[in-house]
Design a protein around this ligand. Structure first.
Ligand code: SF4
Ligand code: SF4
Length: 280
């Protein structure tokens, strides 16, 4: 990271220690990952799941971690994602923790609908009624399964939405020919990117965007203490709030943006959602 960015972060850290001494950091959207396993291998997966090691995260640690963040942030919507979250054998435990957490006002889970939920998960989803919604992404490859999943939940009276690949396009985020963007290009990509608000947590580290989770493994872009916050490293809630607010600051691009075309209207590289990779 260059000196200009470090000076910027040090300055706003000082300001945020004062600003968030006794108030929570607002998070309009907070995404928590259950792991890095998926039943599909989408070539243009913005989470880069087919390119990382398949792993299931420890559910107790995840519950502790997101609770810690919820204690110091004002979260509008919590989103449970994977990879594919229904691959997690202890998903019901996580769902019930969301139900019991009074700091979480609304939540959703995003799935590709390829795994039929077991009766315990159905029961946990029903218990969340009024606070929770299920989003099913249907692509050409999983069209039937996604529809069956949607129908099953609808018949159970669980709030559910189905997105169909025919109605929308994905923006491709991987840089063309694997280039690394210059800081100037990255600033512009970041400025207009609407996913910079997609605050994401995985394995105890919080990032302003989901690409922060995987960019070290995929692109070799190292994490740092300003943009990738190890939430258990800060016992003092004021310091934790200041660190989170700094990491999600919207006027400074993140190191992991150097390998991303940005989710904005200026990224014209659009593709059909859910096209599968043909090689391993
Ligand atoms: S379904 Fe596709 S886009 Fe979604 S996490 Fe899996 S590989 Fe990524
Ligand atoms: S430009 Fe940065 S914030 Fe936007 S999607 Fe890419 S990595 Fe995330």
């Amino acid at each position: 990271m260059d000196y200009e960015k470090i000076s910027f972060y040090e300055e706003i850290l000082k300001q945020y220690r004062i600003m968030y001494a006794d108030k929570d950091v607002p998070l309009s959207y907070f995404e928590i990952w259950t792991g890095q396993c998926c039943t599909l291998r989408c070539r243009d997966c913005c989470h880069l799941i087919p390119k990382v090691k398949q792993r299931i995260y420890d559910i107790e640690a995840l519950i502790e971690d997101y609770t810690r963040v919820a204690d110091v942030c004002d979260i509008e919507c919590l989103s449970i994602v994977g990879g594919e979250p229904f691959t997690h054998p202890e998903l019901a435990k996580l769902l019930r923790s969301v139900k019991d957490n009074q700091r979480i006002k609304s939540a959703k889970i995003i799935t590709n609908g390829t795994i039929k939920p077991n009766p315990d998960i159905i029961a946990a989803l029903k218990e969340l009624k009024g606070k929770f919604e299920v989003h099913v992404d249907g692509y050409r490859i999983n069209e039937k399964k996604a529809f069956d999943f949607f129908e099953l939940l609808e018949n159970e009276g669980i709030p559910v939405q189905l997105s169909n690949y025919k109605a929308w396009k994905w923006k491709r985020l991987d840089p063309p020919d694997g280039v690394t963007f210059t800081p100037e290009q990255t600033k512009r990509n970041f400025e207009y990117c609407w996913d910079k608000k997609c605050v994401s947590l995985a394995e105890g580290i919080l990032h302003s965007c989901f690409r922060g989770i995987v960019s070290e493994e995929v692109y070799g872009l190292p994490m740092n203490d300003y943009e990738d916050i190890r939430i258990n490293s800060y016992d003092d809630p004021i310091e934790l709030r200041a660190r989170i607010a700094t990491a999600i600051h919207r006027n400074m691009y993140k190191e992991y943006c150097l390998k991303c075309s940005g989710m904005s209207r200026y990224n014209y590289d659009e593709v059909e959602p859910g096209i599968q990779m043909t090689t391993r």
